[in-house]
Write a protein that binds this ligand. Structure first.
Ligand SMILES: [Zn+2]
Length: 230
């Protein structure tokens, strides 16, 4: 059995595999099974699967070796003072400090890079965004209600009539005003009883829509219990 310890990254594998595969293939006295001890089995498999032309020589060397010998990839733990493996790790570390090859970016990589950049940009544009704020602690259905009430993009008469000319008018069925978020939450006489049950004290629209978790939950409960389609 010929035991070879390979490098930690494909480019470093070249340093080990190319000379070794040549020797093994040319030397008829070598045994027929070749074992690569590695803690990076996946990276050796990637060489076979890769469409990267830079790795063609490695892929060819390994393929030739496979034709002449039984090649076994054997996993070994890293950093256990296995001589060749430690050398490979050292080379891999050296490699990270050198200029990288100018390789074309895959679609998947490009997508990841663009997504990360856009996310960073969005966070810069929304400095007050906090995924742990009261809104994000609501249930999904509560978030939908609060979002619709905050933005005014909802199914209440004011929005439907003024934006889409749906319905007869923007008026609330109580006929005392346009059916907006503020009207529903603050003044609609149809819901006075429910309103005083939910809010014992006068509360501003701002507080009801942007207050604490308790404030938002009360608003969502109120909106649901009015039976109004929001
Ligand atoms: Zn009303």
């Amino acid at each position: 059995m010929q035991c070879v310890v390979c490098a930690a990254v494909p480019l470093k594998l070249r340093r080990y595999i190319l000379p070794i595969s040549d020797t093994i293939i040319q030397d008829q006295r070598q045994t027929e099974t070749t074992t690569f001890d590695t803690n990076h089995v996946r990276q050796i498999r990637l060489i076979f699967d890769s469409t990267d032309k830079e790795l063609n020589d490695l892929s060819s060397a390994l393929t030739s070796l496979c034709r002449a010998h039984t090649v076994v990839l054997q996993w070994v733990p890293s950093h256990c003072n296995i001589l060749g493996n430690e050398a490979a790790d050292t080379l891999a570390k050296e490699g990270t400090t050198k200029d990288q090859n100018d390789r074309s970016t895959t679609f998947k990589e490009a997508k990841t890079i663009i997504k990360a950049k856009q996310h960073k940009k969005w966070l810069q544009q929304h400095p007050h965004y906090n995924k742990n704020d009261a809104f994000h602690l609501l249930t999904r259905s509560e978030q939908v209600l609060i979002f619709r009430l905050r933005t005014g993009h909802n199914r209440m008469n004011h929005h439907l009539f003024t934006k889409f000319r749906i319905g007869q008018s923007d008026q609330c069925p109580c006929q005392t005003g346009s059916m907006t978020t503020e009207h529903l939450l603050q003044t609609c006489p149809l819901h006075d009883g429910l309103r005083s049950q939910i809010w014992a004290e006068a509360t501003t629209v701002q507080g009801k829509l942007y207050g604490s978790l308790d404030d938002l939950q009360r608003t969502a409960t109120f909106a649901r219990r009015t039976g109004v389609s929001i």
